[in-house]
Design a protein around this ligand. Structure first.
Ligand code: 2DT
Length: 211
């Protein structure tokens, strides 16, 4: 029927500092939705599997050095190269759980001192998320969790700057979850917010673009 033909998946984005628990929450969420019978995929940015993604990966591992603007544009290009597939998936009814997106792009690059408007510009025209969930943890607490993997940005002083940049990006549509709560509590809150968002999208909410 008409309603079903307009039914689409939701674009769900998880953001937060390194060690906030995003990655494990996105896999728990994916598993849950999949078991519930939803059509769902788990994505992440950077997607290190593409040619651009491999350049990013070697930069993050300190195996190559790039101008701050150049790496910013590569991160953005990495999203653009997946845009069409993303749109196809959403239109065909698949919900995407995405671990980092444009907000990471802007937060990390502007934390280096790049102009924030310049950082936002290449993101314009990418698909706008239906839901952004920010897993909130202080940089100090995140550092206490240990296990920073030694990649380029995984240092307390830099994470403090990233936290500040994220703060300037928050808008009223973001859902913030205290990332220091027990994992099961975070998981439960996340499920609740995400199921709401999926329902709204199934009712035919139109895809929109980042502006
Ligand atoms: P992971 O540890 O989650 O793989 O991220 N980053 C990420 C940017 O600087 N710009 C971006 O656009 C994105 C998506 C955040 C690797 C690091 O890359 C940073 C951490």
């Amino acid at each position: 029927n008409k309603e079903n033909s307009s039914s689409r998946g939701a674009l769900i984005v998880l953001e937060g500092l390194d060690r906030c628990g995003k990655t494990s929450q996105s896999s728990r969420l994916y598993k849950y939705l999949d078991e519930q019978g939803y059509s769902v995929e788990s994505w992440r940015f950077p997607d290190r599997n593409t040619g651009v993604g491999q350049m990013i990966s070697s930069y993050l591992a300190n195996q190559s050095h790039l101008d701050d603007h150049a790496i910013h544009l590569l991160f953005s290009a990495n999203r653009w190269e997946k845009r069409m597939l993303m749109e196809d998936k959403l239109r065909s009814g698949t919900t995407l759980i995405v671990d980092r997106y444009s907000y990471s792009g802007v937060a990390f690059s502007s934390a280096k001192g790049l102009d924030i408007e310049w950082c936002k510009a290449p993101e314009i025209g990418l698909l706008a998320p239906d839901l952004v969930v920010y897993l909130d943890i202080s940089p100090e607490k995140a550092a206490e969790r240990g296990g920073y993997g030694g990649e380029r940005y995984e240092q307390l002083e830099f994470q403090k700057k990233v936290a500040k940049s994220y703060l300037t990006l928050h808008d009223s549509s973001w859902k913030v979850i205290d990332a220091t709560l027990p994992v099961e509590d975070i998981e439960e809150k996340l499920r609740e917010i995400v199921l709401d968002s999926i329902t709204i999208c199934q009712k035919g909410k139109l895809l929109s673009q980042l502006r």
